[in-house]
Design a protein around this ligand. Structure first.
Ligand SMILES: [Zn+2]
Length: 228
């Protein structure tokens, strides 16, 4: 038996607002990174390819179907669209995916090293450590499927030699999952550190891994207080 899941949806305005916040918070620069949001009609709103965030408008956003065919918009969707569509196809409880080249997370990705779950907030929003996916070519269908496979029980994954993907029910929640990664700054490079206990492991009772249904419940809970 599987639960019937009503997918969370968002708006073009919310996608654009989150894109602007990604720039304001220094998670992206220029035209790097990209964002998606599932719309009420089942289509997906994607950020465009090669448009700077500071001048991006609603008209620049591109609407595609789950297979990537453009339904609306004058521009081309992000060349990394498969990162988004593979996850949104596979996990109906997700409504948004964000991809950035955030510096500290990318350092872990370059080292092919998972970011350990040493801050409780990360366990709440990510579900445990942030795994590093196997290397696949940027923008490839294979990369999309590889990353989606790692998001089954996590809110985030690292792309080897590349960057970070986070996901959530809405663009704002996907962005918050990214914010939880302040630990990739305070947690150090992963070298010379004390081996941390996996934060929250005992409470979760799944060896730090969240079953899909549990993640769904977490991402539905927008007002959850964050660990200080
Ligand atoms: Zn990228």
């Amino acid at each position: 038996m599987t639960d019937t899941i009503t997918s969370p949806t968002t708006t073009r305005e919310a996608v654009l607002a989150a894109a602007k916040r990604m720039l304001a918070e220094g998670l992206v620069e220029g035209t790097s990174g990209n964002i998606s949001g599932r719309l009420p009609d089942g289509l997906v709103c994607l950020s465009p390819s090669s448009v700077p965030y500071d001048t991006m408008t609603l008209e620049d956003l591109v609407v595609v179907d789950l297979d990537g065919a453009v339904v609306e918009g004058e521009r081309s969707p992000t060349t990394e669209k498969d990162l988004h569509l593979a996850a949104l196809r596979r996990y109906p409880e997700l409504g948004s995916v964000i991809h950035t080249h955030a510096v500290y997370a990318t350092m872990f990705a370059l080292a092919h090293e998972a970011i350990p779950a040493v801050i409780e907030e990360v366990v709440v929003y990510v579900g445990g450590d942030v795994p590093c996916c196997d290397y696949k070519g940027t923008g490839s269908v294979e990369l999309g499927e590889e990353v989606a496979g790692h998001l089954a029980d996590r809110g985030a994954a690292l792309l080897a030699n590349h960057g970070l993907v986070t996901c959530g029910a809405t663009p704002e929640k996907a962005l918050h999952t990214r914010r939880a990664h302040r630990q990739d700054r305070v947690g150090g490079s992963g070298h010379g550190r004390h081996d941390p206990p996996a934060a929250g492991q005992g409470e979760l009772g799944h060896g730090g891994r969240l079953p899909l249904r549990a993640r769904q419940l977490l991402t539905e809970e927008s007002g959850r207080p964050t660990a200080k």
